[in-house]
Design a protein. Structure first.
Length: 126
């Protein structure tokens, strides 16, 4: 058996598959959500980084947040297809576009602004 030929054949098959797989993961397909989609996919759930903070959008418009042991209550609403959230330190709500790919959420104020990335999970009572 020619091991060099077998190794070359294996690389020929595996390298394109590995490159395609990582490229597909790197190019997640985020979709801009409208009001109905935001309500269906985000309201009643937790938006979290998984370790440090969580925002729970209650269906009644109350925003419950916790970060590193601190808890506060604010409000949320959907306005002009953007999710607007307020907390006790803000004079007016902070409104952001909502983009999702699976359970990954990406929010930003405008298309030229930096994104805010997190995940959406089933609400955990606390």
């Amino acid at each position: 058996m020619n091991w060099r030929a077998l190794g070359a054949l294996t690389l020929t098959i595996l390298l394109p598959a590995a490159a395609f797989g990582s490229k597909a993961r790197a190019q997640e397909m985020f979709k801009l959500l409208g009001e109905k989609e935001i309500r269906a996919r985000v309201v009643g759930k937790d938006i979290t980084d998984g370790a440090h903070w969580v925002n729970y959008l209650r269906p009644d418009g109350v925003l419950r947040s916790s970060e590193s042991g601190s808890k506060w209550t604010g409000t949320w609403k959907i306005q002009n297809n953007k999710l607007c959230m307020s907390n006790p330190n803000l004079e007016s709500p902070n409104c952001k576009e909502v983009w999702m790919s699976g359970t990954n959420i990406r929010m930003r104020a405008n298309k030229d602004q930096e994104t805010f990335d997190a995940t959406v999970e089933k609400h955990r009572t606390n």
